[in-house]
Design a protein around this ligand. Structure first.
Ligand code: NDP
Length: 322
């Protein structure tokens, strides 16, 4: 089968197309014929070696497809069933072996491409909006990179709950998309000061929560736009890692809460994984959550997908099709 392997970490050129044997399932695994693999920022961190993985490895964390073989102990899924997964390495490939307890079944009304598009970024948006800082009607949230993969989903979830959403973006095109997703206000954080703009838009009160995936260029100012006892949910570093912080700063800025969450801790149990998948698939089938699958690339051109994602060119989801 074809797969995208990393033999040596580095730039997009480190993504190599290789021919390797189809994996055989261990007793607790199912092998899935991949219909679509999701491209995510975490793949860039794995490719660069910022998050270390033993070499060589087949890259990719997310996908959907049809079960082609199951291990001897597997009872929860059968050959022929449509399934999706996230946080399982090896997804940029024609086949992948996945522990059966990490697979969720795709219900009718949801396509395999939609399922692949929502597992990682959608579940992230879901835990941020419903668990990390459980949003409620009337709250105000600042969402950075509001037209990004997680961003467009998080804006929709927040909007549907009745939250006032302030979104930051870098271009007019991204502003339009974020508005369509439900952002009430847009700030162009690349050429205006989002701190003073957010204060102006909230009449000096500040926001209840900042969802920050940008990190280095936004984190410190984000702490200045929170209301007392507001929450900074720092969940990524697309511009680089956020600087370290002395906890006393949180006191000085209004007894703030700071968390640095990771999806893995929010889908660690089978119940959590199923609850989030059910909620998201339900919203997609009911047309309450719109997925923007912006670009579909053949698996072999994974390098281009990474260049586009890192080049800040993309909005919404990128998929690789084997
Ligand atoms: P996005 O589609 O959001 O892409 C990144 C966006 O960040 C860009 O489009 C850009 O939007 C913005 N950005 C700002 N500064 C930079 C910069 N210097 N270089 C590149 N982009 C920049 O990606 P994802 O939705 O896949 O992921 C968003 C972030 O969330 C990533 O950092 C990822 O690691 C993190 N993440 C964390 C998870 C967790 O559980 N902790 C789970 C999933 C994702 P603009 O042009 O509008 O500024």
């Amino acid at each position: 089968m074809k797969a995208i392997q990393i033999k040596k970490t580095g730039g997009p050129e480190a993504l190599e197309v290789v021919e390797i044997p189809v994996p055989q399932p261990k007793p607790n695994e199912a092998v899935v014929k991949v219909a679509a693999s999701g491209v995510n920022f975490i793949d860039v961190y794995h490719r660069e070696g910022r998050y270390q993985v033993e070499l060589p490895f087949v890259i990719g964390q997310e996908g959907a497809g049809v079960v082609s073989a199951v291990g001897a102990e597997v009872k929860s899924v059968q050959t022929g069933e449509r399934v999706a997964w996230t946080s399982v390495m090896g997804s940029y490939a024609e086949y992948v072996a996945v522990p059966a307890d990490r697979l969720v079944k795709i219900p009718q009304g949801v396509s395999e491409r939609e399922a692949a598009a929502v597992m990682l970024q959608g579940m992230t948006a879901h835990y941020l909006a419903y668990t990390t800082f459980p949003l409620k009607r009337g709250d105000t949230a600042l969402v950075h990179a509001a037209a990004g993969g997680v961003g467009l989903l998080l804006v929709q979830l927040a909007h549907n709950i009745g939250v006032r959403v302030i979104g930051t973006v870098s271009t007019e095109e991204k502003a339009k998309l974020a508005r369509e997703a439900g952002a009430d206000e847009i700030i162009f954080y690349t050429h205006s000061d989002f701190e003073s703009e957010t204060k102006r838009l909230t009449g000096g009160k500040g926001v209840d929560v900042v969802y920050d995936s940008v990190g280095k260029t936004t984190f410190e100012k984000g702490l200045n736009v929170l209301r007392p006892r507001g929450m900074m949910a720092l969940f990524g570093g697309s511009s680089g890692a956020a600087p370290s912080l002395d906890p006393i700063i949180l006191t000085q800025k209004g007894s703030l809460f700071l968390t640095r969450p990771s999806l893995n801790n929010y889908i660690a149990t089978r119940d959590d994984l199923e609850m989030r998948a059910r909620a998201l698939f339900g919203m997609i089938a009911a047309k309450n959550l719109k997925l923007r699958i912006e670009h579909v690339y053949p698996l072999q051109v994974a390098q281009q997908a990474h260049r586009d994602l890192e080049g800040r060119k993309t909005t919404g989801k990128l998929l690789l099709i084997p």
